[in-house]
Write a protein that binds this ligand. Structure first.
Ligand code: ASP
Ligand code: MG
Length: 429
């Protein structure tokens, strides 16, 4: 059995969904298809949710746009409104409208999950109806019944034991060769909807593969495979045909966006290979992440993280930054769920990079400012070069303003200033 995952871009329009059919039509093994919300639907539903939660009154109008988009794509696929799928869409959208006509609860995260999850319910309903109509028999599964999580809304943790039991009962392949189900969403024991974190469909695919002992996972993307750099930013890029699980985990830790960071572990544990392939060139080899014994010679791989904050904390009493102080700072980072993207300490200061999140920054800094003088730079870019050599470093940073530099045997990292250097970007909190 194989697991295929189609991301938002691969089901964004009618032509894309037809292309999914084309890819599936050559498949002969048992298959579970995991699908994300169409195009940018998750962003749009996030907006709907925010307006609902803030009671601006604009949520219904925004929802209507989402509905128009889904209906338009469906109409293009089916050509007429008589099909059952239009009733299904109406039902799903009227459920959403009903939520919006009520009062939001006090939990934003809970509201978020129950609203945003419709993106995947809609996309799978449409794709499923289309495949069946075209004679590609596929069974639609509501994954919320079988992938069970705790109640950490927006970042739910999967109950592996229970989900394994339930999924093995749901995906038996007795009456079908092919199932279609939602990425990103799941359910609690009491059937509340949860989500696994943005871009979490890859993780769903990996978990299903793990729980059901799949032979392989294929992630179909709008890039030809795992690239050595973002082609939009770097002039010379190449496809990396083979990577070890370990390398892939390191890359996604440093911020490579091709795969969701939690995806690799469940596959590595069961030695299931993960293919990343282009949905526009399905016959090309793409990339594979798998167990590899040999030490591969990899080209330099560039990973950019934009919109970084570079903070420097200095104790106001000029005491040293020792372990107790660091553990205090780490505690605060954990409390605000801020991921340390890079850190460096000296005797009396501690510098680190985090993603810029305006919503929590002030509260976070308030907790530190009694004890520390806080300086920070906004709009920094953190560049990681895996498998660097001197030449790649020179060509990257020679004309840049580097604020922090770190090198280990395999990895070089630089925090650089972006944009207009004259515009002062140093702040004191
Ligand atoms: N639709 C969700 C998102 O955009 C999940 C995914 O695409 O993997 O975050
Ligand atoms: Mg998506």
């Amino acid at each position: 059995m194989n697991v295929f995952k189609f991301g938002g871009a691969s089901v964004a329009g009618a032509e894309d969904i037809k292309n999914v059919l084309k890819i599936l039509s050559t498949q002969k093994t048992n298959l579970i298809i995991v699908v994300s919300a169409m195009g940018k639907t998750t962003n749009a539903l996030e907006e709907v949710c925010n307006h609902y939660f803030d009671r601006t009154g604009e949520a219904p109008a925004l929802l209507e746009k989402v509905q128009e988009y889904h209906v338009a794509v469906t109409l293009e696929l089916f050509g007429n409104r008589e099909e059952e799928i239009f009733r299904t869409l109406e039902k799903l959208f009227s459920e959403l409208s009903k939520i919006l006509s009520g009062e939001p609860s006090l939990s934003y995260d809970y509201e978020y999950d129950r609203i945003v999850s419709y993106g995947e319910l809609l996309s799978t309903a449409i794709v499923s109806a289309y495949l069946n109509k075209q004679g590609r028999k596929v069974k639609w599964v509501d994954i919320r019944k079988y992938l069970k999580t705790d109640t950490t809304y927006r970042a739910a943790n999967i109950d592996v034991e229970l989900s394994g039991q339930l999924c093995r009962k749901a995906f038996t392949f007795q009456d079908t060769f092919m199932y279609i189900t939602q990425g990103f969403i799941a359910g609690t024991l009491t059937n509340q909807t949860t989500t696994l974190g943005r871009e979490g469909s890859d993780y769903t695919a990996a978990m299903l593969a793990n729980l059901l002992d799949a032979e392989q996972v294929v992630i179909w993307k709008d890039v030809p495979g795992i690239m050595s750099a973002d082609p939009k930013k770097y002039p010379h890029t190449e496809i990396i045909p083979k990577l070890s699980y370990r390398e892939a985990i390191e890359l996604s830790h440093f911020g490579a966006k091709v795969i969701h960071p939690k995806t690799i572990k469940p596959l590595q544990n069961k030695k299931i290979p993960l293919f990343v392939k282009s949905f526009t060139q399905p016959d090309e080899h793409g990339s594979v992440i798998r167990e590899l014994d040999e030490r591969l010679k990899l080209p330099p791989i560039y990973i950019d993280k934009d919109d970084q904050l570079l903070l420097t904390l200095t104790p106001r009493d000029f005491s040293f930054i020792v372990e107790e102080k660091l553990s205090e700072i780490f505690g605060k980072l954990a409390k605000y769920r801020l991921k340390l993207n890079l850190m460096q300490n000296s005797a009396i200061s501690f510098s680190f990079c985090i993603d810029h999140n305006e919503a929590i920054l002030e509260n976070f800094l308030c907790e530190l400012k009694e004890e520390y003088k806080i300086l920070y730079n906004k709009n920094m870019r953190l560049i990681t070069i895996r498998h660097y050599n001197e030449e790649t470093i020179h060509s990257l940073i020679d004309d840049k303003d580097v604020l922090v530099e770190q090198r280990s045997r395999l990895t070089a990292r630089f925090v650089i200033r972006t944009g207009d250097e004259k515009k002062s970007d140093l702040f004191e909190f």
